[in-house]
Design a protein around this ligand. Structure first.
Ligand code: NAD
Length: 483
């Protein structure tokens, strides 16, 4: 990493409110590198007065920002896209140091994150409405969409750049101003992104950043503030449920991107080489710490041995270690995550699963877990029901399609799913019956700024990306007109 990169962010004044870099009312907190387990920065820790000051700034900036011509907002977002790409190496280095993911994954994340600025720069100028007549005649109906107001954005640590830009870009395109609380594990990337936005020409107060170790107090303050009209949250289902309850008190508009439990289905006629490639991407991107990560592999009994052997050989060859050593798989985010994943593996093995493959893990005090393939996993094992959020792939053999679909849909989660089949019609037939917001068909990756990302059931409410992502930050108004 470039010397002085973190210091240049001035993290001890990491609150950015009304364009000013400020200290936090709660002092400082440490950010750790999970690969080396060393403190890399002390960051300003906000208190509830800071949270309110951020809303003051966002509220003050709202009228000016919404009144700016869509083309002017669009051009600022285009500049943000260009600046993120200009600084891609630095941003990728920040992501690796605070999140631990590999440099290749971090670079991929930066490009994906920047793309939200470009996509919503293009959407910002497509302001549409509707015009109609009432059925009885006489009156006309004009329908318009306007920014909902100050939006509170809350993001997780697993994609420190992309989860922020996926919210900031549509909010700004719609004409909203925002207050953002990044995860306490990964505030440095968020500071860098908000600084870039100022350089791109985002006026002071339009994007306000509030790092904090007391998420409940900060977000609770925002949801109690009548000036906050929207919450967009990405994180666990548990916290999403809590915020939905809080949002109910003031009937705040909500978008929830929550946990997943993605099935990865392989049929007997699938191209096994393609399925193995897709499985590697779907399982191991970010070390398995993605909400879209393949969590359970259902492989047809006719090909399960072959698939397990080929997939296992690739997993055994994965390099594990710190990103600065060029490894493909980094550490988990914390010791608690290591304990949780290890316990899930032990439980599955005790229930009869077999360790079919593991990769070597370096001698290190980092939070590493061996990439592992488990075969013969009993269908009722906890590892098939809980979000693993780690580099472990449990495989179950199937024969009957109706039984397969019962297993696949027997979960409260419904974010992503993957189907590999030789016959595309068969694949789509299966995909349509899977209860998930997104299905990768002969693909191990579903994320795309132009596609509506989101889940069904307890995986969430609302969509990010696509036109739908912008509509989440708008409300509809109509004029009933007589003339
Ligand atoms: P988390 O729910 O613990 O934290 C997410 C954010 O919420 C963080 O900013 C955290 O500080 C904040 N938070 C924690 N407690 C809070 C409270 N009481 N009130 C308000 N805010 C609070 O989740 P995590 O561990 O950071 O992230 C992992 C989870 O996120 C996984 O379940 C994963 O599937 C999910 N995720 C979902 C998507 C998606 O798009 N659906 C994307 C990425 C991650």
């Amino acid at each position: 990493m470039r010397t002085g990169l973190i210091e240049a962010l001035d993290p001890t004044r990491g609150l950015i409110i009304g364009g000013e870099h400020r200290r936090g009312g709660a002092g400082l907190f440490d950010v750790e590198d999970p690969a080396h387990r060393r403190v890399v920065a002390a960051v300003a820790d906000a208190d509830t007065r800071d949270a309110t000051a951020a809303v003051d700034a966002a509220h003050a900036a709202f009228d000016g920002w919404r009144a700016l011509a869509p083309r002017a907002r669009s051009e600022i977002l285009h500049r943000a896209h260009a600046l993120m790409l200009r600084d891609a190496d630095d941003l990728a280095a920040l992501i690796t140091v605070e999140n631990g993911k590999s440099l290749a994954d971090a670079r991929g994340e930066v490009v994906y994150a920047a793309e939200f600025f470009r996509w919503f720069a293009e959407e910002a100028v497509r302001t549409g409405g509707d015009y109609g007549s009432s059925p009885a005649g006489g009156t006309r109906t004009l329908v318009t969409h306007r920014p909902v107001g100050v939006a509170a954005l809350v993001t997780p640590w697993n994609f420190p750049a992309a989860m922020a830009t996926r919210k900031i870009a549509p909010a700004l395109a719609a004409g909203c101003t925002v207050v953002l609380k990044p995860a306490a594990e990964t505030p440095l990337t968020a500071i860098a992104v908000v600084r870039l936005l100022a350089e791109a020409g985002v006026p002071a107060g339009v994007v306000n950043l509030v790092p904090s170790t007391d998420a409940g107090a900060i977000v609770g303050t925002w949801l109690a503030d009548p000036r906050v009209r929207k919450i967009s949250f990405t994180g666990s289902t548990r916290v999403g449920q809590l915020l939905l309850r809080q949002a109910a008190d003031r009937v705040v508009k909500t978008s929830m991107e929550l946990g997943g439990n993605a099935p990865f289905v392989v049929t007997a006629d699938a191209d096994l080489d393609a399925a193995v490639e897709g499985a590697l991407v779907a399982k191991f991107r970010g070390g398995g710490q993605a909400c879209t990560a393949a969590n359970r592999f259902y492989v047809h009994a006719d090909v399960v041995s072959e698939f397990t052997a080929r997939f296992g050989a690739r997993v055994e060859a994965l390099t594990v270690g710190p990103a600065d050593g060029g490894a493909e798989i980094g550490p988990l985010i914390s010791g608690a995550a290591v304990d949780r994943v290890t316990a899930l593996v032990q439980d599955a093995v005790a229930a009869g699963a077999r360790v079919a493959a593991t990769a070597a893990v370096p001698e290190s005090k980092g939070w590493f877990v061996a990439p592992t393939v488990l075969a013969d996993v009993p269908v009722d094992a906890a590892i098939l029901d809980e979000e693993i959020f780690g580099p472990v792939a449990p495989i179950v053999a199937w024969t009957d399609e109706e039984e397969l679909l019962r297993w696949v849909n027997d979960t409260e989660m419904g974010l992503a799913a993957y189907v590999y089949a030789g016959d595309l019609g068969r694949a789509l037939h299966l995909a349509e019956r899977i209860e998930a917001g997104m299905v990768g068909v002969n693909r191990g990756l579903v994320s795309d700024p132009a596609a509506p990302f989101g889940g069904v059931k307890q995986s969430g409410i609302g969509r990010e990306g696509a036109r739908a992502g912008l509509e989440e930050f708008c409300e509809t108004q109509y004029f009933s007109v007589a003339w």
